[in-house]
Every structure is written in C-alpha cells, then in structure tokens.
Write a new protein. Structure first.
Length: 541
C-alpha cells in the first residue's frame, strides 16, 4: 500500500518544532518527507496512493506506551485495539511491575494468575503459558490491532520457581530464575521488570535482584522497576534500585515515578530527582544510566492486596484469605494498619480510606461497591471500620482492584517537566465498569491539560515524551520517529480537538483521532477499521 499525507504540520518525534511537509509511505515505511513552503514545495500528488489531506492537523509518530498491563488483553478483551488506537497508541509494552502470565509452573499457575488478575485481567480458561515460546507463539497467532512487545516479569519468574514463599532463594533456585530471564530475552523481551512492592518480589535479596538483572545488561536490555516504596521510604527505594542497576551494569528506568502520601507531597519527589540526577553525573562511580516515566494523573491503581502489611502476608494466598475472614484476622489487620512498617507504604494511613476507591472485583456481589471509596463502601455494606470491609473483600478471593488518590499535582508536574521522563498510562485491564480513566485517556489528557490548558510542556516536548523518547529508551530503532526509512506508525489529528473523555464515573474512549496508520496500513479513519496490522515486536528486530 502507498499512502500520501499532504498539508500537515509534521512533528517528527525528535525536534520540538513542527514543520509543514508532505509524507509518502510505501511498503510499510516512511519513503520520503518533502517540506512545504507556503503554497510551494511538498511533493507531487501521487495518483496511485491513498491521499490523506492533513490540512489543519498535526502529523506525528504513533504513541508508544512502554508501561501497559495488556499482557492477556489480546486474548480476552474484544475492545482491545479500539481504546488504544482511539488515543493514538500504536505500540504497547507488557510485562511491567513484575507481573506477567509467563513463565508459570503447574504448582503455582492458578494462584499466580489469580494474584495478577486485578492488574492484567483474567487469563482465559484453558490458556497457560509455561514458557516464553508458548506466549510469543500465542501472540503471533493472534491478530494484533496494535504492536506489542514485552518485558520479563521478575515476579512471575520467582513465582514459577518457588511460589509465594518468603524463604531465601537457594543457589539452585536462583540458577533456574536466571535461566528463565535468559530464555525470555532470547524470545525477544526488551528487558526485565521488577515489582518490589509486590509478593513475592518483596522478599527478594539485593544480590538475587542483581543476578536477575545481569543477563539483561549483557543483552543490552532495560530494567524497568516499580520500586519498593513511593511514600515515606521513597529516597531509600530510589537509592536501592540505582545500586542494584549499578551493580548489574544495566540501564534503569524507574516506573511511574512519583511521591505518594499526603505527608510526602511537595518534598520527597524533589529529593528523589536529585538522586537520579546525581546518578546521571556519575555519583556514585558505578551509577547506571537512569530515566523515569510517569502518568498524567494524581491517582494510581493497583490491587487491594497491596494494602495488607508485609507482617501479615503468607506463602499461600488461601491461608491469607482464611485468616482475614476471621474475627481475629480482622483485629490483627486493624492493628497492623495502625502502625508504621519499615520499607512499606501504609496507604490506608498515609492517604486515608476516603481516598481509596473500589474499582473492580471478580465477584458480581461486590458490584454495588464499585466506584465508591472504602469509607462509603463500608457504610453501605454495614461495616463500622473500612479495614474490616477490606479484609472481607480480600478473603472472598474476589481479586479486588482499587484506585488511590495519592499524589499532588505540583509533584506530577515537576516530573513531567524533566527532560528524561516519558509518558505512560500504566493501564490495568481488570474487568470492570469503573476502571482508572488512564486506560482510555492518558495520552490525549497529557496534550489537553499539560500542554494546552496548563502549559507544563510544549507540544513538541510532549510528542517527544510519547514517541522518540520511549522508543530510544526501549531500543525500538525504527519506530517513534518520522524519518525516511522508519516504520510507518503515524497519527493525523487536530491537536485542539483530540481529547480524553473518561473520568472516574464513566469509561469512555478518547475522541477526534482522525487517522492512524500502523505498519503502513490505515487502521483508523475516525473509527476502528476492519483488519489487524499490529505486530509482535522483539528486541533486536
């Protein structure tokens, strides 16, 4: 297919200024770009091409979301592709925060899939991924509506080897874990993700994490890390991950970089920025190459299980559910939530139950609680203490998702302004009518609010954070830019009309994306077209 885009203002992803130019796309790549000057210049009208008149529009590379929990969405979500393309996402990277549906072992597969369900959504019945070849083969057989790549999830690796056990990793177990990482990299993973806040990675020793990251360094991959704490222990957690990456010699990207908890607003994030920038200056001497990413909201989203203090966590989820379902278990949870825990963010204490919304549940009986904060939900369900409701929600095995109103806007703006931060959505794919709006609108929201309304970034800077910057960091050599020879993932839209529509009460796709070209094919013309032009992307391609 040959496509010619005429009369648009082209932002190539690297330069912050746009230029009037015409673009010719042929055989899936950018064949030529011809500048226009006034009514002259450009390129002759190509009679044998699909002509797109981009007058009044910008033309940009497709947006690249390097942090999206869409691991099983191609197999489970009929709307996968529509809600991504509506907001301009042409490439997404799965396997973040240590969560992934692969590798798995028969002994722990059911529990592992249940644990990650509030994040990735349910794995379809009958699907199981023992090895990375199982997973990549399934993706290659599945018609993809967008491009997808993946990271090795360190939490999934540890769970496959020893479940949710707290006990130290033996030399033999570590060897098996490293072998899984190498297998994932060989299968095309772009790196590894850590989820040090979550089980079972929260039990991992420093040296074990270094060992898992070393093969990634040898392969030229990236370590994307959900650090241990983002609240009171933010600085210690940033130091820890910089030290791990430095020891392993691996490039580091700190995921959804932020400061949570009311007491940490307006201070912690700036000291954490200083740590990152000292690393950029080579302090300490073994400091790694460090970048970060962020989403354009002051609220996050995760599993209700993350509110359970580490002192109560079990090596078997069934044991935890059983304890929380008892009177003694509820009393213990209230007691543990009433005190501080070193190296763990007590979100119930740091932001309050009224800032924690119930967003999803695998059980229909919880439907009336969705969209309500835990204080409201407790009143509705007849509980005197929201902690008791939280205990019963977890004990029911309902895989409950939550939204945490945990950040302040000034801190998010400070991160957005940094020259080394890329935009992400961190979208969760739990089955619910009340998802975090970032699933539907992170990219247009960034343009609408941060560029046009509050002028936190220029338009060109914003486009770079959504295209060339994440592509370069990940190692996507021929995507994220509009240059001759690059893959033709291209957007055409009116930047003032393109907007997000979702909020915390309604899940609505973004509006006014005019054209999306994916791998040289028009896949969106005001709405999703038939056909699937996405590809499974692998490191080294």
């Amino acid at each position: 297919m040959k496509i010619q885009i005429r009369h648009g203002l082209v932002y190539d992803g690297e330069n912050h200024e746009g230029r009037a130019a015409d673009i010719l796309i042929k055989d899936g790549r950018i064949a030529a770009i011809a500048p226009r000057t006034g009514t002259s210049g450009g390129m002759p009208l190509a009679e044998d091409a699909v002509i797109i008149d981009a007058a009044g529009c910008v033309v940009t590379p497709g947006f690249i979301d390097i942090h999206r929990h869409c691991d099983v969405a191609p197999f489970a979500r009929p709307d996968f592709g529509k809600l991504e393309l509506a907001q301009g996402i042409t490439t997404a990277i799965a396997g973040n925060c240590g969560f992934a549906p692969v590798p798995t072992s028969p002994a722990w597969r059911k529990e592992a899939y249940s644990y990650m369900e509030p994040v990735t959504g349910p794995v379809p019945e009958g699907m199981e991924f023992t090895s990375y070849s199982d997973y990549t083969d399934a993706l290659e057989r599945c018609p993809l509506p967008i491009n997808m790549g993946f990271l090795v999830g360190a939490g999934a690796v540890r769970t496959a080897v020893k479940g949710f056990a707290k006990t130290p990793v033996s030399p033999g177990e570590l060897e098996r874990m490293v072998a899984f990482v190498r297998e994932g990299l060989q299968a095309g993973a772009y790196g590894i993700s850590f989820g040090l806040m979550y089980q079972p990675e929260c039990w991992s020793a420093f040296e074990d994490l270094v060992a898992l990251a070393r093969p990634v360094s040898q392969a030229g991959g990236l370590l994307c890390a959900h650090i241990r704490c983002e609240g009171g222990s933010l600085l210690d957690s940033v130091r820890e991950i910089i030290d791990i990456a430095g020891r392993a010699g691996v490039r580091l990207n700190i995921s959804h970089f932020k400061a949570t908890g009311l007491r940490n607003w307006g201070g912690g994030i700036y000291r954490a920025i200083e740590l990152i920038e000292r690393a950029a200056d080579g302090v300490p001497s073994r400091a790694p190459d460090v970048t970060a990413d962020f989403y354009p909201y002051t609220s996050g989203s995760t599993s209700l299980l993350s509110l359970v203090p580490p002192t109560m966590l079990k090596e078997n989820m069934t044991e935890l559910y059983k304890e929380l379902g008892t009177k003694a278990g509820k009393e213990r949870l209230r007691s543990e939530l009433g005190r501080e825990h070193s190296g763990w963010d007590n979100m119930a204490a740091s932001i309050g139950w009224e800032r924690i919304l119930v967003s999803s549940s695998a059980l229909a009986e919880h439907g009336r609680l969705l969209g309500k904060n835990l204080t409201e939900a407790a009143d509705l369900a007849g509980y005197e203490n929201p902690a008791d409701l939280a205990a019963d929600l977890i004990a029911g095995g309902g895989n409950v998702g939550i939204i945490l109103m945990s950040m302040c806007q000034a801190d998010v703006d400070a991160v957005a302004r940094l020259p080394y931060t890329a935009l992400i959505s961190d979208s969760l794919y739990s089955v619910t009518e009340h998802p975090h709006p970032r699933l539907y609108g992170a990219f247009p929201k960034f343009l609408r609010e941060y560029v046009f309304e509050r002028k936190v970034c220029s338009f060109g800077q914003a486009i770079q954070k959504m295209t060339a910057m994440p592509a370069k960091r990940l190692g996507l050599k021929d995507r994220g830019r509009l240059l001759a020879g690059c893959r033709a993932d291209v957007l055409v839209f009116d930047p003032r009309a393109f907007t997000d529509c979702a909020d915390f009460t309604a899940a609505r796709p973004a509006e006014n994306m005019k054209f999306v070209i994916l791998n040289g094919e028009v896949v969106w013309r005001g709405a999703l077209l038939e056909g699937r032009a996405g590809k499974l992307l692998k490191r080294g391609w």
